[in-house]
Design a protein around this ligand. Structure first.
Ligand code: ATP
Ligand code: ZN
Length: 298
């Protein structure tokens, strides 16, 4: 019998597309795109990708059309609150927080707006594509304001006279700046999330999900991790250990023909900066080498 295949929903084209493909490639998944460009067939793992709009991903997963989905927490949280307003529970389960798609849903005011804290929003019109999260923010602070729900181009709403304030997704802040808006508060900190269907998976599928999760954990661990090698006098070992950023116990090897010098190898779970190398050198280290880590399995 054919192995059952997992369906994984990913954004078709947008900010999450490239980082999602990168993550899956690092997890070892190779796929070919169907002629309709809507499905990617996993060649070496039993996963098929469905390329869809990000807003459709929570429902595709909770209605069990797809087994898994990669989507922003902002989209998930908004859908969860929308369902709650309809008296329905959301049924997808979050499996992993991912280290990309970082952004925040933020409130921003035009230059010259008298912002003195959330209370300054009282009686104002706030434009957003995330009305449910904004309403929760206002409700939690007992603020009465008008929520203007738009489908896009939120940042130009004040200039068009449609709103006084905006509540929009921000990553660097440069879009806000270009529209003469000043960020004043955060409604939600967001990142990409891997979600799964609420229904139990047959054993073979469940096993592949577990394997994928282990690989995702491995990928996320090595991003930014470095492998460092150096020579040092044995007497400097304690100081060198202290200087190595985020490393577990390093491997110490005796150098051939030299009694008081050793080679130290360690995985550092943080980036190794020039400053660290300089401090290590000062502590007596030499022949310093920093290498990227490609894969890690705990
Ligand atoms: P779609 O056509 O799939 O509906 P979209 O226009 O809604 O696409 P994108 O702008 O591609 O969505 O953003 C997708 C996700 O990327 C967002 O929901 C959010 O989780 C994340 N993201 C990261 N940084 C930003 C940012 N600066 N602005 C908007 N979204 C961001
Ligand atoms: Zn969208």
């Amino acid at each position: 019998m054919d192995e059952p295949r997992l369906k994984l929903a990913v954004q078709k084209s947008g900010r999450l597309t490239e980082p999602c493909h990168d993550l899956l490639a690092r997890c070892g998944l190779q796929f070919t795109r169907g002629r309709d460009q809507l499905i990617g067939y996993g060649e070496n793992m039993p996963f098929d990708l469905l390329f869809v709009r990000d807003d459709d991903i929570p429902d595709l997963v909770q209605e069990d059309v797809c087994d898994l989905g990669l989507v922003g927490l902002n989209v998930l949280e908004e859908r969860r609150l929308e369902l709650a307003a309809l008296g329905q529970a959301c049924r997808f389960t979050s499996l992993r927080s991912l280290d990309f798609g970082r952004c925040r849903l933020a409130l921003a005011v035009p230059e010259g707006f008298p912002w003195e804290g959330p209370a300054s929003l009282a009686g104002r019109r706030i434009a957003t594509t995330y009305p449910f999260m904004l309403l929760r923010y206002l409700r939690e602070r007992s603020i009465q304001a008008e929520v203007v729900t738009l489908s896009g181009a939120v940042e130009i709403a004040p200039r068009l006279g449609r709103a006084d304030v905006v509540c929009d997704l921000v990553s660097t802040g440069s879009t806000l700046q270009a529209h003469h808006l000043r960020e004043v508060d955060t409604v939600l900190e967001s990142h990409a999330v891997l979600i799964r269907t609420p229904l139990p998976l047959p054993p073979q599928k469940a096993e592949w999900v577990e394997r994928l999760l282990l690989r995702i954990d491995g990928v996320q661990q090595v991003r930014g991790s470095k492998y460092i090698m150096l020579h040092a006098p044995r007497s400097a070992l304690a100081e060198i250990r202290r200087l190595l950023p985020g490393s577990e116990s390093p491997t110490v090897l005796q150098l051939e023909g030299v009694s008081d010098r050793v080679a130290v190898h360690a995985v550092c779970r943080e980036n190794v900066f020039w400053e660290t190398l300089e401090s290590l050198k000062k502590a007596g280290a030499s022949a310093l080498l920093v290498l990227p880590v490609e894969k890690m399995l705990a």
